[in-house]
Design a binder for this molecule. Structure first.
Ligand code: GUN
Length: 300
């Protein structure tokens, strides 16, 4: 007999909608107080279809909350110098408060050099080496959007995270590493697992908080999850099953009913990522204009 599914579904979609509503109010307030409109520039190089969809969604949602959106779609043959020159121009443009270069870049481009030419105070992806260092040392950073969204949902669910055992599966610069830093900042005991880690299932079973970001469909099985754990599934994987195409996460969701809560895929982490990008753009604008708000929309 199937075990009952007792875990709460963490409603990332609803959480993101609430955040977007608060940001809309914040942007209107900024406009009336300063006469300025916060602006986000997004740069896409090449024709990767998934990246094209993400950039379109960022553009629409940026406009929807009342900000300015500048989208640059460049050909796949764009040279390093051409891309760097555009970024220098955006660094100097006062109407651009946030800059994002959609990854991955075509193979002939040097990703680190591209990221590090962005003004760190406009680096709304939080990928610049200075923001990574600020995050690691507990200083005001622009924080990568996906882990920021994950942390907001964890704090909403659990309150104080201090002393909890957190396991992060995946050590990418975009999710795993900054996620581990954020959880350390909350005084969790953090372990990062990756492809060379011995006995990942046993390690996962120690986790009160389990964050999985590896891009492998349903890799984490039910018996890897400690009863009562909170599970954050960052994966978005398209698979064909029973002749149908569907989206699944990195966690075998149906087997996770003994967790206390889990993010579904879709509808969990995904919607939070763009909401946090918008939040980072508002944060960047405020820092550039020395606007102090008492009620931080994103509290980290
Ligand atoms: N590609 C996949 N995730 C991301 C992200 O968070 N930011 C950027 N710029 N590119 C991505």
């Amino acid at each position: 007999m199937n075990k009952p599914f007792l875990a709460d579904r963490i409603d990332g979609k609803g959480f993101a909608a609430d955040l977007v509503e608060k940001l809309t109010v914040d942007v209107a307030d900024i406009k009336s107080r300063t006469g300025l409109t916060p602006g986000l520039a997004v740069v896409l190089v090449g024709e990767d279809p998934a990246s094209g969809v993400y950039v379109g969604a960022k553009h629409r949602q940026t406009l929807a909350i009342g900000m300015e959106s500048f989208v640059y779609r460049l050909p796949a043959e764009t040279t390093q110098n051409e891309l760097m020159a555009l970024l220098e121009k955006l660094n100097a443009a006062s109407e651009v408060n946030g800059i994002l270069v959609q990854l991955p870049l075509p193979a002939h481009l040097n990703t680190n050099a591209v990221i590090n030419v962005i003004d760190p105070d406009k680096d709304v992806d939080g990928f610049h080496i200075l923001n990574a260092g600020r995050l690691a040392t507990g200083q005001d950073a622009l924080v990568p959007c996906t882990p920021l969204g994950c942390l907001m949902m964890l704090k909403d669910r659990l309150g104080n995270l201090a002393g909890l055992n957190a396991v992060v599966v995946g050590k990418s610069n975009i999710v795993g590493k900054p996620m581990a830093q954020l959880l350390m900042g909350e005084n969790c005991t953090v372990t990062v697992a990756h492809s060379k880690t011995q006995d990942v299932p046993a390690l996962c079973r120690t986790a009160d908080i389990l964050v999985v970001a590896v891009g492998r469909p349903e890799m984490v099985k039910g018996d890897w999850i400690k009863p009562g754990a909170v599970v954050i599934d960052v994966g978005i994987n398209r698979i064909d099953r029973d002749g149908r195409s569907r989206i699944v996460g990195d966690v075998a969701f149906e087997e996770a009913g003994h967790a206390s809560a889990i993010t579904p895929v879709p509808g969990g982490v995904g919607p939070m990522t763009i909401a946090c990008l918008l939040a980072n753009t508002v944060t960047a604008f405020k820092r550039q204009h020395h606007i102090v708000t008492h009620q931080a929309v994103v509290a980290v």
